[in-house]
Design a protein around this ligand. Sequence first.
Ligand code: AMP
Length: 506
Amino acid sequence: MNILDNIRKTAEKTGSQLAFHSRDGSITYHELWEQSGRLAAWLNDHADKDRRPVPVYGHKSPLMLVCFLACTRSGRAYCPLDINMPPERINEIIQTVGNRFILATRPLMTDQAEVVGPDEIRRILQCDVQIEETASNKPEDVHYIIFTSGSTGKPKGVRITTGNLNAYLDWSRTLVGNKSGVFLNQAPFSFDLSVMDLYTGLATGSAIYAADGDLQQDVPKLMSYLKKGSLQYWVSTPSFADVCLSDPSFNSDSFPSLESFLFCGETLTKRTAGNLAKRFPDAEIINTYGPTECTVCVTSVRITDELMADDRPLPIGRAKPGTEFYIMKEDGTFAGVGEPGELIITGDTVSPGYFRNPEKTAEVFVEIEPNGENEKIYAYKTGDSGYMEADGMLYYTGRIDHQIKLHGYRIELGDIESNLLKISEITGTAVIPEKNEDGIVKYLAAFVVPSAESGMTDCYANRKKIRTELKKMIPSYMVPKKICFINEMPLTANGKINRKRLEELL
Ligand code: AMP
């Protein structure tokens, strides 16, 4: 697959087909191709000749796509920056990228680079000068750089090459049967999950229907907007689906064309999958897994009744073709079937490393020797723990850095969370370790969201009830000392559970 060729062909054959829609406007494939060609010509005339990556700032608007494509067509990588990112982080990234200018599709104040703002971009798009198409991008060219949030310290820029992206799309389009349709875009473009809907959408000649951040804060408004979208393919974090499930009208009557739910980015719980299956009996629910460093997702599994009935949490799926997983034990040897360890990913979507950050790159992009010293395989160490069954089915058990020690016991926070969710009154949960000044865990706190139907309220009897239920399922040293009731989970701008915010609530 060659994504640029695909977009061009759609623009030539069915140019009037809608490519993208948001509350900020719409754009067809023909317009996208024309406008990106003009901006690409301008970039070739005005930008540096050494083709530094171009930061592109904004939110969910057609202009963002025009900028991305213009960078690609002029042989430059782009780096998406979203309006929800804090200004210091934006400045830091602009500084790291080191370009003298930034394309800003929304007004932006920064002293780190010359801002080519929305009015200027629109003026450029009026000029009828098209880029002279040169040789197409090479597989090793960097297509985009997404800065990962990085729980601590400086954000890291993940370089994804054109080869990585095309390899990913070869597979991701099969998740939707290689058909065109309408994709939901929930994630901001600065979050790798957006690559799933944006590029799988563009690769299949589909329309992308974007829900902006403001809409996501207002469920009734969000619902009425989404209902008008004729969505076929839902791409979001599971937490975002939970937000939508809080509205009773989120069901197949209101979304008759919805065929598939594609999830990535965090654990898909049986609770969420079960609630969706009830509301959308004919839609398929697919769990996928992967980090930004491996483009987007690299595994998938369709959630079946059998998997729902299994005692264990839902699996993350089997590796896509072109990707292989290894499970590395703490002592550096490789785990056997069912044995836990760190998930190590190899294959055609693994990034060549972080942008201008050789130290961090060396820490996690490594060469492994699973078949002996004579064969070295380039791999990414995910920092996630899990295990693999004999049939290749993978199970995620949590972040290695969410493994904590409490009074000498090693505890996987995800393990407590998945057991809490077995309690019927609880719809959402996150377990947070409370640490002292030396970083030693003092106790565990479980934040729980009771379901509306349960009528469960915050009182001693209910906290006791939860503890009693948990003790039936996990050892008592794992039962959180503190149970905190909250009405809804705080989410990050990317739509994942905001653990930092929960820590602050303790
Ligand atoms: P990001 O690079 O922001 O996409 O985050 C990647 C991380 O999200 C992974 O390393 C996992 O810890 C987590 N993650 C992604 N997909 C899943 C999934 N299906 N289930 C559980 N965790 C996931």
